[in-house]
Design a protein around this ligand. Structure first.
Ligand SMILES: C[S@@+](CC[C@H](N)C(=O)[O-])C[C@H]1O[C@@H](n2cnc3c(N)ncnc32)[C@H](O)[C@@H]1O
Length: 730
């Protein structure tokens, strides 16, 4: 009954439509002929006459509600295996054993498209956890308004700088955002801002950072989504560096819009206190709120006066540039002081803060330092890796200072995002999901073969295609390829007298490589294992033949034993990437020019002198040049990855047909994977390029256990290796 009433209210017209006979005829004619109505009818026909509104092609208020479970890729508790100082931390962390955080909220760094992330946070099981923390009190976002700057990364190799091009998925996001100029940018932001509004606590606030290119659109979007009455400030951040023009005034400010979710929001009055040098006006001294304070360099004679004043909405602050202490080489990095002011103004200690376009993690780093909880998200792999290093540094710094810090985990939508891309509904019952998966998988195999430029083959147990003289095997979409799967393919190759085999997969079981290849070689089969990039879901990229299937990277380590303790030494690492080809670069290089490219796992500088003579120089001289970061979990398989899945309820049994009343219930399910607990790590930073290649010794309990070693290369890609060790081994 209640529902019916609601529907009536929704469609009840508040004002009567009065149209002339001519207008009615005009409208009927248009509809009959299937042609658009003239613009004037927008204001004559609709009840909700928004006089000022931003409209764009394809505007829709539909918001995705898809829920995908988050997978935990890595957990970073106590960043190094050492004793924790400070008594307070001892209640949060397990000091005696593995430095695990024992209780409470774990901060979250999520890798993926923030649309799916926002919708999964809003509608999925994590929402309950968020609400338990008091909800999200503050969102700061700095969306990509600097066209293209975000996904190409500068990488230092010795004294040279190399630009890593975006991967196709990043390019796809870039095209989705900018492909149709302002239209697509606005559409992208509209849906995400609506999801953010729904996630924000009732007394929460949002700050949206933008520049002159997009600020007018965003202002209107924010008015529409949050309500004009909830507009609080248009903050002008004025900076000094950067280019100048001789033909117009230098563009030296960004705009940050501040909206609250409702008319009751948290704002710390203290954060308004500031000091400013003012021109000397005798009457100022007696004015309320303005106080004379000592200023050795100011005196009446110079005409300036240092005073306590209330902060206004124009902020003069230096930007971050390559000489700044806090610069970590992220092209769109924002200054910490700017974010600090925002966080201090609109949140309290212990509040949850989010940045869904987190880039290099500036917001998260300040949130951690100020004792706030946080969630950050970014689509760029490099952004996530940069943030991971930055947050570990913050943890280390806080720990050294004896201050509190929290554990954080890195999550993604992993295989569920892939299932979503191929169109499997995660909420189906298992049996139906399997059926749908089988059908979709068939289409998926077709897509992969097309992207790999291979032909389909029939009549084999394990082979799906053929490329030149190599048979092609494709792994399942939602599971890592394991030993059994590859062995079956090798067996079939031997039976059918096939000597060359390519196995393509999203993920391989860890530790499979390189042993499986050596075994295959001994049995006469040349086996290549290649990663299917996420980018295959971009049809345009497939058509353009842009998809690169990289070979699996390769890690070698040596366990070192001493007095029932173990240390790990990293002894080799190889990658096989390609970006451009030497032939291509040489053909297109102008005399006197140079270019850096990647071919077969070498970074090569190609230069052409004025006479057209070409030189090649390999910049990656040692295997360690490829490594940016490595980390060790000394007891892998001790923490299972548990995710929450929606419980399948039989509606007939519960008798609950009213969807409003149908409360979702979740159950905890083990994914079959383990969480990589990052117990020790060494990485390069902008200032410190050194990498330790040996971990310290760690006590080894008796019995067998697995140690996982993760390497992140300079492109931000992870590779993992697992070794088995025995406690009483010497
Ligand atoms: C301007 S930068 C943010 C910089 C950040 N404020 C800092 O201080 O480092 C914008 C970020 O948005 C990310 N991004 C772009 N589209 C995205 C999407 N659909 N989902 C998540 N992140 C996205 C980019 O990877 C980029 O890191």
């Amino acid at each position: 009954m209640a529902k019916k009433k609601e529907v009536n209210v929704k469609y009840e017209t508040k004002t009567k439509i009065v149209l002339s006979d001519n207008e009615i005829r005009d409208i009927t004619n248009c509809l009959r002929k299937g042609i658009p109505l003239p613009e004037k009818y927008r204001f004559l026909l609709f009840d909700d006459k928004r006089e000022v509104e931003l409209v764009w092609n394809g505007k829709s208020e539909d918001v995705t509600n898809v829920v995908l479970p988050f997978q935990i890729i890595e957990q970073i508790d106590e960043p190094r295996i050492e004793k924790i100082s400070g008594e307070k931390q001892a209640t949060l962390f397990d000091v005696d054993t593995r430095g695990r955080q024992l209780q409470g909220w774990t901060n979250k760094l999520i890798w993926g498209d923030n649309k799916l992330i926002l919708s999964s946070l809003k509608n999925g099981p994590l929402r309950e956890e968020i609400e338990k923390q008091g909800g999200i009190k503050l969102i700061y976002i700095d969306p990509p308004f600097d066209v293209g700057a975000d996904f190409s990364m500068k990488i230092n190799i010795g004294d040279e700088e190399f630009t890593k091009q975006p991967n196709v998925l990043e390019e796809l996001a870039y095209r989705d955002t900018w492909g149709k100029g302002a239209d697509s940018f606005i559409a992208m932001m509209y849906e995400r801002l609506m999801l953010m509004r729904d996630l924000l606590a009732e007394d929460g606030s949002i700050y949206v950072h933008c520049d002159w290119r997009v600020k007018s659109y965003l202002r209107l979007l924010l008015d529409e989504i949050f309500g004009k009455e909830n507009f609080r400030n248009e903050i002008i951040w004025h900076y000094f560096m950067g280019g100048k023009s001789k033909r117009f005034f230098a563009q030296k400010h960004d705009t940050i819009f501040f909206y609250s979710k409702s008319d009751s929001w948290f704002f710390s009055e203290e954060s308004l206190e500031t000091e400013r040098i003012l021109p000397y006006v005798p009457s100022l001294k007696s004015e309320k709120g303005i106080e004379e304070i000592p200023c050795p360099n100011c005196n009446l004679g110079t005409g300036v006066w240092k005073s306590k004043v209330k902060m206004d909405d124009v902020w003069d602050m230096s930007g971050v540039f390559n000489m700044s202490k806090e610069w970590i080489d992220y092209p769109t990095q924002k200054p910490e002081a700017l974010i600090k002011r925002i966080i201090e103004a609109c949140s309290k200690k212990g509040d949850l803060i989010c940045d869904f376009f987190c880039g290099s993690g500036t917001t998260l780093s300040i949130a951690e330092k100020l004792g706030r909880k946080w969630i950050g998200a970014d689509l760029g792999k490099f952004a996530i890796h940069t943030t991971r290093k930055r947050m570990i540094n913050v943890q280390r710094q806080l720990k050294n200072e004896g201050k509190d810090f929290r554990a954080f985990e890195i999550l993604n939508l992993g295989k569920y995002e892939r299932q979503h891309y191929i169109g499997v509904n995660p909420n189906l019952r298992d049996e139906e999901k399997q059926k749908q998966l089988a059908k979709k998988e068939e289409e998926f195999v077709k897509l992969i073969l097309h992207a790999y430029r291979a032909e389909k083959v029939e009549g084999f147990k394990t082979f799906s295609g053929k490329k030149l003289n190599r048979m092609v095997v494709i792994g399942p979409v939602d599971l890592p390829v394991g030993r059994l799967f590859v062995e079956e393919a090798i067996q079939e190759a031997i039976e059918k007298k096939i000597t060359k085999l390519d196995v393509l997969a999203f993920e391989f079981e860890m530790g499979l490589f390189p042993h499986i290849q050596e075994e295959a070689k001994a049995r006469g089969v040349d086996l290549a294992l290649k990663y299917i990039p996420k980018d295959v879901f971009d049809k345009r990229a497939v058509e353009k033949n842009q998809i690169v299937f990289n070979d699996v990277s390769y890690i070698e380590v040596k366990p070192l034993y001493k007095d029932n303790s173990i240390a790990i030494e990293l002894t080799d690492f190889s990658v096989f990437y390609n970006q451009d080809s030497i032939k291509n670069v040489e053909e297109n290089l102008k005399d006197g020019g140079d270019k850096i490219l990647v071919e077969n796992g070498n970074i090569i500088k190609v230069s052409k002198d004025k006479e057209g003579i070409i030189r090649r120089e390999i910049l990656t001289k040692k295997w360690t040049d490829w490594i940016d970061y490595w980390a060790v979990d000394f007891d892998f398989e001790s923490k299972k990855e548990i995710i929450k899945m929606e419980k399948q309820k039989d509606i007939k049994q519960t008798g609950k047909l009213d969807l409003e009343e149908y409360k979702k219930e979740y159950e905890e399910v083990w994914t079959g994977d383990y969480i990589f607990e990052n117990e020790w790590q060494s990485f390069r930073t902008k200032k410190n390029r050194e990498l330790e290649l040996k971990t310290p010794f760690k006590k080894l309990d008796s019995g067998k256990r697995k140690i996982a070693i993760k390497v992140v290369d300079i492109f931000g890609n992870d590779t993992m290796k697992i070794i088995e060790v025995k406690g009483d081994n010497k």
